[in-house]
Ligand binder design. Structure first.
Ligand code: UDP
Length: 323
C-alpha cells in the first residue's frame, strides 16, 4: 500500500506531526511537511531533510495553501496544542482550526485527496460523561480560556462533516486524548514536560488545584499507529484515540518523582479556569473498527520520554536514577 503516494502533513514540525512524517516517510510515501513554525521546531524534522521522499514547505496553512501536483492524502495536524500555547496564540489557534481546516478541505476537494483532521478530547470540554465516548456532545465554555481551542476544533469537525456530506470529500476525524513522548517541547506548559523539567532542574513539581483531576496518557507511537489505521479504514465518523489508563495528577507527580529519583517535593498552585476534572477515552470504537489499542504502558513510555528530555537538556543518561 502507498507506493509513491503523496501525502501532505500540516504541523509537520510539531510533536505529533514530526512522528507522522517519520512514519509515512518510512512507509515510502512522498511526504510534504508544512509548518509555520510558531510552535513547531525544525530540529524535529531536520533528520528527514536529506531524504528524497521528504519536502518541507515553511507556510501558514491558515493562509491560502498551494501544493503543486497530485495529492492522495492530507493529515491536518497544525495547531498550538497546549493550554499555555493556545493562550499565547489565541487568534492563530482559532484560525488554524477554522480557516486552516477550510483550506485543507478545499485542497482535498481540488486534489481528490482523502483528508484526516486532528480533533481532540477538548471537544468534550469539562465532561459530564465518564469515560467519554464519541456520542457525547461535550460541556464547553465557548468564551473561557480554552474556548479558542475547543471551539476551533468543534468548528473543524463541523466543517469537515459538511465537506463530507455536501461535497463528498473523503474525510476522517480523530479525537486525540493526552499524548506524550519524545519531541514534546520542554516549555510547552503541559503537565508532563513541566514535571520532567522541574525534576531534572531541581525545582518542586507544580500540581495545579488539589491534584485530584485525572488524565489518561497515551504514548505517541501508539497514537501514530492508530492514525495510520484510521486513515486507511472506511470509517468517516469521529474516533477517540488515547490510552484509557487514567491517573490523578497527584499520582502522576509521584510517578515522575519515583522515576527521576528527584529529592524535590510537590507544591500546589491554583487550578486554571475550566480545567477538566476528569478525562478518560472510551476506545471501544477504535478497538472494534480498527483492532487498535495502546501497547506501550506508562512506565515504559515515561522512561523513553525521560531519556529524551535528559538528552535535550544535555544531561548524561547515566545520571538517571532509575532508568
Ligand atoms: N497541570 C499541573 N501542573 C502543571 C501543568 C499542568 O498540575 O505544571 C495540570 C493541569 O491543571 C491539568 C493537567 O495537569 O489538570 C493536564 O494539563 P495539561 O496542560 O498537560 O493539558 P490538558 O489535559 O489540561 O489539556
Amino acid at each position: 500500500m502507498g507506493e509513491q503516494k503523496r501525502i501532505l502533513i500540516t504541523g509537520a514540525a510539531g510533536f505529533i506531526g514530526s512522528h507522522l512524517c517519520e512514519r509515512f516517510v518510512s512507509e515510502e510515501f512522498n511526504v510534504i511537511g508544512m509548518d509555520n513554525l510558531i510552535t513547531g521546531e525544525l530540529k524535529n524534522i531536520e533528520h528527514l531533510f536529506a531524504l528524497p521522499n521528504f519536502q518541507f514547505y515553511h507556510q501558514d496553512v491558515s493562509q491560502f495553501v498551494y501544493v503543486p501536483g497530485e495529492l492522495d492524502y492530507i493529515l491536518h495536524f497544525a495547531s498550538p496544542a497546549s493550554p499555555v500555547d493556545y493562550l499565547k496564540w489565541p487568534i492563530q489557534t482559532l484560525k488554524v482550526g477554522s480557516l486552516g481546516t477550510h483550506n485543507c478541505l478545499g485542497l482535498a476537494k481540488a486534489k481528490n485527496a482523502r483528508i484526516l483532521v486532528a480533533s481532540t478530547s477538548e471537544v468534550y470540554g469539562d465532561p459530564l460523561v465518564h469515560p467519554q465516548n464519541e456520542e457525547y456532545w461535550g460541556n464547553v465554555n465557548p468564551i473561557g480560556p480554552r474556548g479558542v481551542y475547543d471551539e476551533a476544533k468543534r468548528f473543524q469537525e463541523a466543517i469537515t462533516m459538511a465537506y463530507h456530506n455536501a461535497h463528498g470529500v473523503d474525510t476522517r476525524i480523530i479525537r486525540i486524548f493526552n499524548t506524550y513522548g519524545p519531541r514534546m517541547r520542554l516549555n510547552d506548559g503541559r503537565v508532563l514536560p513541566n514535571f520532567f523539567y522541574q525534576a531534572i532542574t531541581g525545582e518542586d513539581l507544580t500540581v495545579y488545584g488539589d491534584g485530584s483531576q485525572t488524565r489518561s496518557f497515551c504514548y505517541v507511537d501508539d497514537l501514530v499507529e492508530g492514525i495510520y489505521r484510521l486513515l486507511f479504514s472506511d470509517y468517516t465518523m469521529p474516533v477517540n484515540m488515547g490510552n484509557p489508563d487514567e491517573i490523578t495528577i497527584s499520582q502522576f507527580a509521584e510517578e515522575i518523582i519515583q522515576l527521576t529519583g528527584t529529592m524535590q517535593k510537590v507544591v500546589y498552585k491554583p487550578l486554571p479556569m475550566d480545567d477538566p476534572k476528569q478525562r478518560q477515552p472510551d476506545i471501544t470504537k477504535a478497538r472494534q473498527l480498527l483492532g487498535w489499542e495502546p501497547k506501550i504502558n506508562r512506565s515504559e513510555g515515561l522512561k523513553i520520554t525521560y531519556q529524551y528530555f535528559m538528552k535535550t537538556m544535555g544531561k548524561s543518561p547515566m545520571a538517571m536514577a532509575h532508568s
